[in-house]
Design a protein around this ligand. Structure first.
Ligand SMILES: [Zn+2]
Length: 428
């Protein structure tokens, strides 16, 4: 099993200068390799006999794939001898990064989803470098030995786990300094530990991501929605307005940029810390957590535009949904449900089970009859059986029931259809 531990580095002034210079050299190399790819692609897109007349005829050239680019590094070092200063694996990793960015652009990832065109990286946009072939001996008390850099001090705020071997180190320049992320591996621990917990009524909990609550549990508990970004917004706005008055390239502007970056970092850290705490509290309560499958629901998607017969645009509820999306993004619910909760659960020997959320917000948890609700209806009141509770808690109970196989909402419509229907009802 591989795990990553992050520590803050305390490099000396010389080491800081050297690492900054390296990052800049790696950035130049990245841009060069990416440019090579674009050039080849531009010139060889069509077959030779199908070239348009105005197209420049390219010299027959080897296609710059990963291996060709990797091979080109050693002749490059002869022309640009200052690149000898870099550890060779760190330099090779750049070629890998270019390869990944480019193949995601051309072919897409494993699920066929294509990314945007890779961009050339401007100053300060290349912030990480990789050191491989490290061994556990490279760490002694609070010093790590990095190739061609020597011993670098770090804050050992937590002990290294016993039995894990050091594999590689990723050094990153963040808003408040340098960090190292160590990849540690223990081959004796399996990658995906088999957790064999059968969900029962007593040991499971269903949670629904909502608006009143970040997550509402089927046991009636709710975690309040965090507003870290919204809290920082005023301060951020003030700093950004101040920055506009400083001329570009000035020292004042640079200082303000640093302060803005640190504020963003603070918000991200507050959120992450809080996610871990919520996950801990949930897993204390149950062995199996049922969550909604985010691939099925489309929480943060845009509403379709609506047009009248004369072509004018009608209100489609996007304004309300934009505020909603902002709240969702501030809460970071997707990252919580797909990364942090499963990670914490696996560590605790517990399970997170994804359940199709179709129908869970529009049905009654007590009698399963359909109770349509719009986005603004925050309370669930069942006219059929009289069951009444907070809307998200009702969904949490239903998610648990669907997960346990007690309730089946097979005929429930997808969220998209439902939203359309609900809007039609509101407008009628
Ligand atoms: Zn009911």
């Amino acid at each position: 099993m591989k795990i990553a531990y992050q520590y803050k580095l305390l490099p000396t002034y010389e080491q800081r200068c050297q690492m900054t210079r390296w990052l800049d050299m790696l950035r130049a190399q990245y841009n060069w390799l990416l440019g090579e790819r674009f050039d080849w692609w531009e010139m060889n897109r069509c077959a030779v006999n199908a070239c348009p007349l105005t197209c420049s005829i390219a010299l027959p050239k080897e296609r710059p794939d990963y291996y060709a680019q990797k091979r080109s590094l050693s002749p490059m070092k002869k022309v640009r001898p200052w690149y000898k200063e870099l550890p060779c694996h760190t330099l090779q990793e750049v070629a890998k990064r270019v390869d990944l960015a480019f193949s995601r652009f051309i072919q897409g990832d494993s699920s066929g989803k294509r990314s945007g065109k890779p961009r050339f990286k401007g100053k300060g946009r290349y912030r990480t470098m990789l050191f491989t072939q490290l061994r556990s001996e490279h760490i002694s008390s609070n010093r790590i030995t990095l190739p061609k850099l020597g011993k670098v001090k770090f804050i050992r705020h937590r002990p290294m786990p016993a039995g894990f071997a050091l594999k590689r180190a990723l050094v990153t320049l963040k808003a408040d300094g340098w960090y190292v992320s160590l990849t540690l591996e223990d081959k004796r621990v399996p990658d995906t530990p088999i957790v064999d917990v059968e969900p029962t009524e007593a040991n499971s909990i269903g949670i629904d991501a909502g608006l009143e609550y970040f997550v509402a549990g089927s046991d009636g508990s709710g975690e309040p929605l965090p507003k870290f970004y919204r809290q920082a917004e005023t301060k951020l706005g003030r700093l950004q307005a101040k920055r506009e008055h400083r001329p570009k390239g000035s020292k004042g502007r640079r200082k303000l940029n640093e302060r803005i970056a640190k504020l963003h970092q603070k918000v991200a850290r507050q959120r992450q810390q809080w996610h871990y705490e919520v996950a801990g509290r949930l897993l204390d309560k149950a062995d199996v957590v049922f969550v909604e499958d985010l691939r099925v629901s489309n929480m943060a998607r845009k509403n379709k535009p609506k047009q009248a017969e004369d072509g004018a645009y009608l209100p489609n509820g996007q304004a309300a949904k934009s505020g909603l999306n902002k709240s969702f993004a501030d809460a970071g619910i997707a990252g919580f449900l797909t990364n942090i909760l499963p990670y914490k659960a696996a560590k605790a020997g517990k399970r997170v089970v994804e359940v199709s959320p179709a129908g869970t917000s529009q049905h009654c948890a007590s009698c399963l009859s359909r109770v349509p609700k719009g986005l603004s209806d925050r309370w669930h009141d069942c006219p059929h059986c009289g069951f009444s509770c907070q809307r998200d808690i009702n969904s949490g109970i239903l998610i648990k029931q669907v997960g346990l196989g007690i309730a089946s909402l097979k005929n429930a419509k997808s969220r998209a259809n439902r939203d359309g229907e609900a809007r039609a009802l509101c407008l009628a």
